[in-house]
Structures are given as structure tokens and as C-alpha cells.
Design a protein around this ligand. Structure first.
Ligand SMILES: [Cu+2]
Length: 406
């Protein structure tokens, strides 16, 4: 929520919100740098006394002030483009919330659970009834969402165009009648986050706030299960029938599965242990040492024979050695002259390989540069987000499976 005297963006409440905040800081840093540099130049030109009357042109200076802005624009633009594409990505959402804009309230629908769809309307609380909280931001029913879990928000409208926006979450999606817009959300912390309808939709446009309450996964699961139970009209929980036969079959099935799992994983472990710790290294050692030994043996035998020869007839042996060397050179020259196509192919291949390697190296450096520029959070943050999201996904599925099994 915005407060008086706020400077900059609201503190990010989602993973994407945090990244957007980082992009803003990054952009502001460069902007201030450029502004102060240009300001200094302007000041020194207008007020300073260093005027060169004989200074007509400076080629190097012109090249520098053409190339430098290119890199500055690249540093400003690339991270922004990457974030833009990341924001449109919807990665395997575990929870879907459908948001429907109305004149002038929001409807939230949770239809993930089988057999029922839980939905409610969210109206602004009028000043006269507001006991606590913020004026024209508080609602009667908040949109409850889990933290650290990949979510999908489907946004549509029942009448005119609205826009569902939570600034701190970095989300603003138009609600268009007859069309469903999709966006992803992943709250990085729990709390209550406010937003307002962001598309002029009629007289009460200002009085249809958005209020999202981000809670932990277990709290969210409890909330959604209890609400679905109300919808299904089975607060006591479904009584399942059971028999000894069923229990026996289930136990046998479980034992079979466990034996299969343990045996197969142990076999796989042994196989990979043998393959990578023994087979691969010994194969490498045997093959490479065998070919090296062959080469060493044949060359030393030839050298030894030549040395014996040299001992007996030094002139002949020397002539032969010179001839052998010249023959090699001549062979290469003859190869180039007689089969120029082959020689050109070989040369081209060498050049191509060199250029390709150089190019891929430059591309790798460029990619590393872009990657390091376009994420504004540390690797530890990424890792902790991945860990938390994985863990919470398992937790949610476990809770729901336990509740709805059978
Ligand atoms: Cu609206």
C-alpha cells in the first residue's frame, strides 16, 4: 500500500514484485549517473573557462559518445525485456483463482477442488461501517492466496472493462468481458496487499478496491477445504465404508510396491556405481594407454633401427633422414597442388572451427553478462524461493490428498 511521503515503488510482495523493484533501482541508478554526468558537462561548458578556440573536431571523442550510449541503452533495455517475458510465464500453477470484475465489486472463484466451485463477492466497506483498516481500501471478503506457491490468476469481467491491480505484487491485468486474461503470482511473504481497479469503469470505479491476503500454505489449505465443505454441505466429512478384505489388499499392495521400489532403486544404484566408478575410467585408461603404447613402441623401434644404421653408415643414414623430412614437406605441397579441393576443405574446416569456437565463447560472455544484469536478486534468494515453492507444493498436495482420498 502506498503511504504519504513514499519515495519509489512499493516494497515487492511477490517474487516478480521484488525483481521489478530491483529493475527500478537499477534504472534509477543509471539515470542519475547519466543526469549528473551530462549536468556536469553542461555546467563546465556554460560556466567554466576551458574553451578551446582551435578545437575543431575529435574523432575518438565522437566514437566514444556514440558507442557509450549504445551500451547504456542495452543495460537499461535487456533486463526490462527479460522481466517482461518472465512475467508472462505461467509455470505449472498449483492454485487457480478466477477474478471477475463487476460494476462495482470483484468476484473471486476457487474451482481447483473437485466437485465444487467456491466463489464470493468482495465489496468495499463503506466509511460508516469501517471499524479498522484503511479507508476505501478495505473489503468485506478478502481474496485469500497462499505464499511461496505458484499460482495462476484468471481475470475476466461480467460487464465493462475493469483492471485487477496490486502494485506491490507487480500485477495489473485488464478484466475484459468475454475474454479471460491469465497471469502468474507467487507471493514471497504473507500479509495484506491492497490495490484498486485500474480501468475507468463507471461512477463507482474508485470504490471497488482489491484486497489480497497472503497466508501460509497450511492456512490456505485449511481455509479452502472448510469453504468447500460448506459448499458441498458435508461438514462432518464423508464416511467411507471399509472391510477386512480391502485392508488386506491395501497392505499387500503397499508391501509389493515397497519391495519393488527398494529393489529397483538398489539395482539402479549398483549399476551406476559400477558404470561410473569402474567401467568408464578403466575403459578410458585401457584404450588410451594401449594406443599410446603401440605408437611409442613402433616409433622407438624405428628410431633404434635408424640409430644402428647411423652408427654403421652415418652418411647414408643422414641422407635418408633429410630425404624423409623433405619427402614429408613435399607430400604436403603435392597434396595441396594435386587435390586443392581437399586442401581447401581442410583449411576451411580449420578456420570454421576456430571462428565457431571464438563466436561461441563471445556469445557465452554476452549471455553471462545479460544474465548477471537481468536478475536483481541473489542466487541465495532464487534457491530459497525454489526450495520453499517445492516444499509448499508437496505440502498442499499432501493436505488435499489426505482430505479427499478414497
Ligand atoms: Cu472497475
Amino acid at each position: 500500500m502506498s503511504i504519504w511521503g513514499q519515495f519509489g515503488l512499493q516494497e515487492g510482495s511477490t517474487v516478480m514484485g521484488v525483481e521489478i523493484q530491483g529493475l527500478y533501482d537499477h534504472g534509477m541508478f543509471i539515470t542519475i549517473l547519466v543526469f549528473s554526468a551530462v549536468g556536469t558537462f553542461l555546467y563546465s561548458v556554460l560556466v567554466g573557462k576551458s574553451i578551446g578556440r582551435t578545437y575543431l573536431d575529435g574523432q575518438v571523442l565522437e566514437v566514444v559518445w556514440t558507442i557509450l550510449p549504445f551500451f547504456i541503452l542495452l543495460a537499461l533495455g535487456l533486463p526490462s525485456i527479460k522481466l517482461l517475458y518472465l512475467m508472462d510465464e505461467v509455470n505449472l500453477p498449483e492454485v487457480t483463482v478466477k477474478v471477475i470484475g463487476h460494476q462495482w465489486y470483484w468476484t473471486y472463484e476457487y474451482s481447483d477442488m473437485r466437485g465444487s466451485s467456491y466463489s464470493f463477492d468482495s465489496y468495499m466497506i463503506h466509511d460508516n461501517f469501517l471499524l479498522k483498516g484503511y479507508r476505501i481500501l478495505e473489503v468485506d471478503n478478502r481474496c485469500v492466496m497462499p505464499t511461496m506457491l505458484m499460482m495462476r490468476v484468471l481475470i475476466t469481467s461480467g460487464d465493462v472493462i475493469h483492471s485487477w491491480a496490486i502494485p506491490s505484487a507487480g500485477i495489473k491485468v485488464d478484466a475484459v468481458p468475454g475474454r479471460i486474461n491469465q497471469s502468474s503470482l507467487c507471493f514471497s511473504r504473507s500479509g495484506v496487499f491492497y490495490g484498486q481497479c485500474s480501468e475507468l469503469c463507471g461512477v463507482n470505479h474508485s470504490f471497488m478496491p482489491i484486497c489480497a491476503e497472503a497466508v501460509g500454505v497450511s492456512v490456505y489449505a485449511g481455509w479452502i477445504i472448510s469453504n468447500h465443505d460448506v459448499v458441498l454441505g458435508s461438514m462432518s466429512g464423508g464416511a467411507s465404508s471399509w472391510s477386512w478384505w480391502g485392508v488386506l489388499v491395501a497392505i499387500l499392495k503397499g508391501i509389493g510396491k515397497a519391495i519393488y521400489w527398494v529393489t529397483s532403486s538398489y539395482a539402479m544404484y549398483l549399476y551406476y556405481l559400477f558404470y561410473y566408478s569402474f567401467y568408464v575410467p578403466s575403459k578410458f585408461v585401457v584404450v588410451s594407454s594401449w594406443s599410446f603404447a603401440k605408437w611409442l613402441f613402433s616409433s622407438s623401434v624405428s628410431l633404434w633401427e635408424w640409430c644402428l644404421w647411423f652408427y654403421d653408415f652415418p652418411v647414408e643414414a643422414s641422407l635418408y633422414a633429410v630425404g624423409w623430412f623433405v619427402n614429408g614437406v613435399v607430400n604436403i605441397v603435392v597434396f595441396i597442388i594435386t587435390s586443392p579441393v581437399k586442401a581447401i576443405c581442410w583449411f576451411t574446416k580449420c578456420v570454421y572451427t576456430g571462428v565457431f569456437n571464438l563466436g561461441s565463447f563471445c556469445y557465452g560472455v554476452f549471455e553471462a553478462m545479460v544474465n548477471s544484469m537481468s536478475s536483481f536478486t541473489s542466487d541465495e534468494f532464487h534457491e530459497s524461493v525454489m526450495r520453499e515453492v517445492n516444499w509448499n507444493t508437496k505440502k498442499l498436495i499432501w493436505i488435499l490428498m489426505n482430505r479427499y482420498k478414497g
